[in-house]
Design a protein around this ligand. Sequence first.
Ligand code: S3P
Length: 430
Amino acid sequence: MKGKLRATPSRGLSGRIAVPGDKSMSHRALILGAMAEGETRIEGLLESDDVLATARAVEALGADVERLGEGRWRVTGGPWRSPDAPIDCGNSGTAARLLMGAAAGRGVTATFTGDASLRARPMDRVVAPLAAMGATIEGGDRLPITVRGGQLRGIAFDNVFGSAQVKSAILLAGLGTDGAVSVREDRPSRDHSEIMLGAFGCAVEREGKIIALPAHRQLRATQVTVPCDPSSAAFPLVAALLTAGSDLTVTGTLANPLRTGLYKTVREMGADIRFEEEREVGGEAVADVTVRTSALRGVTVPANRAPAMIDEYPVLAVVAAFAEGPTVMHGLGELRVKESDRLAAIADGLAACGVRAEVEDDALTVHGCGGPARAADIFTQGDHRIAMSFLVAGIAGQHAVTVDRADMIATSFPGFADLMRGIGARIATA
Ligand code: S3P
């Protein structure tokens, strides 16, 4: 969807919906499937631009990849080869960082690049540990970067960024060595790599803050079912929370506690939000999530919650704008190096809406005032989550909100506008 999108004040949002599959798990299912001997079947794969970049990448690296139907894919893994052309990871930091790690461990030579946003994001956080493991890396802190894998050695890495991408890059590289490979995390980050490695027959060990690869690192093909992405479910759920007269359920949502920080936070703010039919799918917690319109009050969100809701701060900032009183969010430094400088994009977007907000060091304070005070045009910086978050503000508030671009929403949430219209939201091209 090219061009601008405008959201206008909407009435009660309701229904029972599913959103597309989890992005983090989808990348990992393709990469691990490509590394495992044999045929891996994936159900519920997110078919977004980011994930399709990973599908093309693992194909270029030697896997056989076939789409069998909507969200149903077959990946036949085996030995990897060095591709002839650079691998274009598009907008996806997860694709770039995880694939660099995997390629290093597989002993292939591959050049990784991406779009302008991805080429501006820091890569030293994975380059440094991969080099310490013995990979030869050409290029600096930014893509394009060439990885020459080889005989790697082990590493004991301290994951100070709280980044699951960095942790995963090291674990994937570590599959190619017999050396001891461990990652220490003071603030636990999403553990889908660890859980999915278990499903592929490599039972990652966890003791306190240390995660370690076991001696047995052979992967065997398996079946992966990908639940709905809680980071995508956040947009319709928050829109329902804030729009008068709403009652909405998103079924089959990934409910891994390292992903549900937003849900915990809105509950603390007074939200009527319930997890029902809690179950386990492929070692991951899944639930149906229901919200009803709620009056909310500002809260303080501690820094140690950041990894469990890192992608949800833009939409939480919108929630905070509708709440009563200030909401203070600590520990947001990593937001500066996402698909955009999200801290700046959030603050500028709120200012455009006439909502008072301040950034001080790594903390953001939003002074809740019942939502946008005027109609606004939002500069998204080409960031999908900034676009969707401010569209939610336009749906739930009293004034129209227009975003300058919407095509990039397809990097994570294809069909977003149609799905939102389906539950009663007013969104149209502008
Ligand atoms: C992701 C980890 C997070 C998150 C990103 C997906 C992953 O990034 O922001 O959207 O799949 O591992 P960091 O690991 O850099 O925090």
